[in-house]
Design a binder for this molecule. Structure first.
Ligand code: 13P
Length: 288
């Protein structure tokens, strides 16, 4: 074979290998992350918030294994008013971020008392919790309003942590799968695939929130597998494998490891236990 042809063949072969490794790298980047997010809800004064974050930082510094894991993210969601203070305390950690607990979907204007995505982004947050059951029930936030919030978050490159979950009556009437399907279809499944891959979903059965009554690992796994199957149906297998699915609802230092050992549970959205330093750290340790 003439040398010229040999060179062309070698080049092609090398390019193929290059493309192959490039795709592998890309795929690796897309692999779903493990995430532990603490939703502080309406708790703590500013000095208390600073103390809590400082204590969490100290514990993390003493455990470098928790801050050097590429696929683990730790998220703190304090009330709006402390976001920037908390951000300043954590921003040196490569895998610790702050989140707001809510947002308003409009950009700016006469919406007294509301906070826009751009404002949240400007104080250092990277995530926004959207659709928490407390917002759905106390503030009557409906599917469409939540869909608008998700779009607003994505428009500003913020990551929504989108909460879904059934109430006790619905589970007892075996309607939980249907409820979850509707919540996803009506607020998230209008997204294109690129946007959808930015979303983190938190399954929070309402009957487990703040009640001390956790879903069993089997119940959590069953629902997470169902959610992943719906995503696969809508966006394909690869996307469904790339989405992080968190469990929330009375997740604590004692039950976290068993919940996180389930194949489709990628972490947790933690309420009460995220306010106690040692418990929160134990929960983070339970996911790795
Ligand atoms: P608890 O962990 O206190 O049950 O709260 C869960 C929750 O609502 C997190 O968003």
């Amino acid at each position: 074979m003439p040398l010229k042809w040999k060179i062309i063949l070698i080049n092609l072969f090398e390019k193929r290998i290059f493309v192959h490794y490039y795709l592998l790298l890309l795929k690796k980047d897309f692999m779903r992350k493990k995430i532990i997010a603490g939703n502080w809800k309406m708790n703590k004064t500013l000095p208390e918030a600073i103390l809590l974050v400082n204590e969490i930082c100290q514990e993390l510094k003493a455990r470098p294994e928790l801050i050097n894991i590429k696929d683990l993210e730790i998220v703190l969601a304090p009330p709006f008013v402390y976001l920037n203070e908390c951000y300043k305390l954590i921003h040196e950690f490569p895998n610790v971020f702050v989140a707001s607990q809510n947002c308003y979907p409009e950009e700016s204007g006469a919406f007294t008392g509301e906070v826009s995505v751009n404002m949240i982004k400007s104080v250092g947050a990277k995530y926004i919790i959207i659709g928490h059951s407390e917002r759905r029930s106390y503030f009557k936030e409906d599917y469409l309003f939540l869909a608008r919030k998700v779009l607003a978050a994505l428009k500003h490159d913020m990551k929504p942590i989108f909460c879904i979950g059934e109430v006790l009556n619905e589970r007892e009437a075996s309607q939980h799968f249907e409820v979850i399907r509707t919540q996803l279809q009506e607020s998230l499944f209008q997204l294109n695939v690129v946007d959808f891959e930015q979303v983190i979903i938190a399954y929070e059965p309402v009957w487990a929130i703040g009640t001390g009554r956790t879903a069993s690992p089997q119940q959590a796994q069953e629902m997470h597998a169902y959610i992943r199957s719906l995503i696969a149906e809508k966006y394909g297998d690869e996307t469904s494998q790339n989405i992080s699915l968190l469990y929330g609802g009375s997740c604590n230092a004692q039950n976290a490891r068993e919940l996180f050992s389930m194949p489709d549970v990628d972490g947790g959205l933690i309420g009460g236990a995220s306010l106690k330093v040692q418990d929160f750290i134990t929960i983070i340790e339970s996911v790795i």
